[in-house]
Design a protein around this ligand. Structure first.
Ligand code: G6P
Length: 603
């Protein structure tokens, strides 16, 4: 995700900003930029696409001396990866420069209005509307202009602004995007991530939502007095947001991953979904009657859930395959086929090979991708970003939630192009909007899941069973357990138990049964009884309020009720946590499991 750093004091700002950026880029980035208020009273801005080193080598051509400045590393969301889209952004007169994290949801309307009022834009970003709005409201106080501008904005922001017209000041603001102030005697820093300023000061103030801070060379103020906090974290801990592992941090970000994937895309009243990345191919998509979804690993299980959703609700014949198989098959395709490639990294070799094969045949290719500007994004005809933010742990977790959310949104998008009713569109979309909150509720069971992991830590083999929408979730639960706890785990469709698998069930081979109260619930109960009859222990993932299940199984983890097609977005969360705690109990390297890579870029 993007990173912000700012400095005002007596020292030369540039090295402090560069050090801050160096500490922030672990989160992933695609471009960088700085602005310095130099000793000639000029604002000098330098930006570069790619690695921080590109910015450094550009800066070699400048003699930048000044004790006030801002820095930013960008992870593109709105607008492609270009120098123009990198931050800082400025107003028409280049008097105001700012850096921003978050999303301005109503930027299109604001941009149009500002253009009509005569403002000239130089980037495709949502952020740039902020600099023009501040310009519009500027009279003589920068904080006053920021305050007025933010009243017009819908969305989220962590923001830092400087201006030539009200110099010697940084104005910072936040709403649902972290911002901290660092205090070091008579010097002040601002950052979106403590790691950016930890080498410099440990005295910080957390800015709260809707607060605006004004930092001056010798003083600062915010609307309310805030207590000083002493940070005890090491740099590494700070990067993990205080969590012991990236994987746990990323599981805890699963509600946010759902929210980011649907933010600004769903129209509740109209029961519609807006996917900007598909606009260019929307007419072609109307004619599609056959979809192939290709992916690998965890992304493949998301695609399988998508296959069920697309068939049942969009009414389009859909099939999935893993990239490594698909690339060597002879798929039957025609001009009404669309191939969808699902990948966190957008660089998985087998998925890319399948994409190239389909492109060569003239088939419409679409990517569901997390990493902006990756090969999959560049090479497919169109696509949708999952916006899950950087995923550092090798085992994919929050990106899976992003993929499922986009697939659900895509189902509504394609369904409403066909015969999905307004009422059904509204229903899915409104349930989808509730999911981030419901996912947060599931995370509250973390302690309970840790206890269950302790109880089962000495078993070496696990079954994961599920049916229909939760069949792929059984596969994902088993994969996650294998990946990080190195235990033998197999995921199967509950109906397949009798076809050989029951032979292995005994008191040493526990089963995790994903059985929300849905259309296949009774079938799942029969499967659970088959396991129980052979003395197998069962942990159930069931819908809240289902007390009866306690009589049949050994342990229950509850998830809130939602639409059947959306249950995977909740049922997978306890399985990610279960795998995590099992691996912690075994003392494994959680974020870098043995023999595995985050991105498999070779066949
Ligand atoms: C590797 C990773 C998995 C991931 C898979 C597909 O195996 O370890 O976590 O699910 O690749 O990666 P992709 O980037 O294409 O989603």
């Amino acid at each position: 995700m993007c990173g912000i750093v700012g400095y005002i004091g007596q020292k030369n700002a540039l090295p402090i900003l560069m050090e801050g950026l160096r500490r922030e880029i672990y989160r992933g980035y695609d471009s960088t930029g700085i602005v310095i208020y130099d000793n000639n009273n000029d604002l000098v801005c330098v930006k570069a696409v790619g690695k921080l080193e590109s910015l450094e080598s550009k800066l070699d051509n400048y003699q930048l001396e000044g004790s006030l400045g801002l820095g930013h590393c960008r992870w593109a969301t709105t607008g492609t990866v270009t120098e123009a889209n990198a931050h800082p952004h400025w107003d028409c007169q280049k008097n105001i420069f700012l850096v921003h994290n978050g999303i301005i949801e109503n930027y299109k309307e604001l941009r149009e209005k500002l253009i009509q009022e005569g403002h000239k834009f130089s980037s495709e970003t949502d952020t740039e509307v902020l600099s023009h709005l501040i310009e519009k409201y500027f009279e003589n106080s920068l904080e006053e202009a920021v305050r007025k501008a933010l009243r017009e904005v819908r969305g989220t922001y962590g923001l830092a602004v400087i201006s030539k017209k009200d110099p010697q000041k940084i104005v910072a603001a936040r709403l649902s995007s972290p911002m901290i102030l660092g205090i070091n005697g008579n010097e002040f820093l601002v950052a979106s991530d403590p790691s950016a300023i930890l080498t410099y000061t440990r005295q910080i103030i957390n800015l709260d939502d809707n607060e605006i801070a004004v930092l001056k060379p010798d003083d600062f103020f915010i609307l309310k007095e805030k207590p000083l906090t002493q940070i005890e974290w090491t740099l590494e801990e700070a990067e993990k947001g205080g969590y012991p592992h990236f994987m746990l941090k990323e599981i805890m970000e699963e509600p946010e991953a759902i929210e980011n994937a649907i933010k600004g895309r769903i129209m509740a009243q109209e029961g519609l979904v807006k996917l900007g990345g598909l606009e260019s191919v929307s007419e072609r998509l109307r004619k599609i009657n056959n979809i192939i979804l290709v992916s690998c690993g965890t992304a493949h299980y998301a695609a399988m859930v998508g296959e069920y959703m697309l068939e049942e609700y969009a009414g389009i014949s859909s099939k999935t395959d893993v990239g490594s198989e698909f690339r060597y098959r002879k798929p039957i395709v025609n001009e009404k086929t669309a191939a969808i490639f699902v990948s966190q990294s957008g660089e998985t070799a087998d998925t890319l090979a399948a994409l190239r094969e389909m492109k060569g045949k003239g088939i419409l290719t679409l990517g569901i991708t997390n990493v902006i500007g990756s090969s999959q994004v560049r090479e497919s005809d169109a696509g949708v970003y999952t916006r899950s933010g950087p995923e550092i742990a090798v085992a994919s977790t929050k990106a899976f939630l992003g993929q499922l959310s986009v697939l659900a949104a895509l189902t509504v998008y394609l369904g409403r192009q066909r015969d999905m009713s307004l009422v059904m569109g509204q229903r899915i979309v409104s349930e989808l909007a509730k999911l981030p909150k419901l996912a947060k509720e599931v995370l509250k069971s973390a302690l309970e899941i840790e206890k269950i992991a302790k109880k089962y830590k000495d078993f070496d083999n696990f079954w994961f069973i599920g049916r229909k929408y939760n069949y792929p979730i059984a596969l994902e639960g088993a994969l996650k357990l294998k990946e990080i706890s190195y235990l033998h785990a197999e995921g199967i469709g509950g109906g397949e138990l009798k076809h050989g698998f029951l032979a292995l069930v005994d008191e040493d081979f526990p089963t995790i049964a994903i059985c929300p109260s849905d259309s296949v619930y009774n079938k799942m109960i029969s499967n659970i009884e088959e396991v129980k009859a052979r003395k197998g222990k069962v942990i159930a993932v069931a819908t809240k309020g289902n007390e009866d299940i306690k009589k049949i199984v050994d342990d229950v983890i509850y998830i809130p009720k939602t639409l059947e097609m959306l249950t995977p977005l909740l049922s997978v969360i306890p399985l990610h946590l279960f795998a995590y705690y099992m691996a912690v109990l075994k003392g494994h390297d959680i974020d870098k499991p043995r023999n595995l890579a985050k991105s498999v870029t070779v066949e």
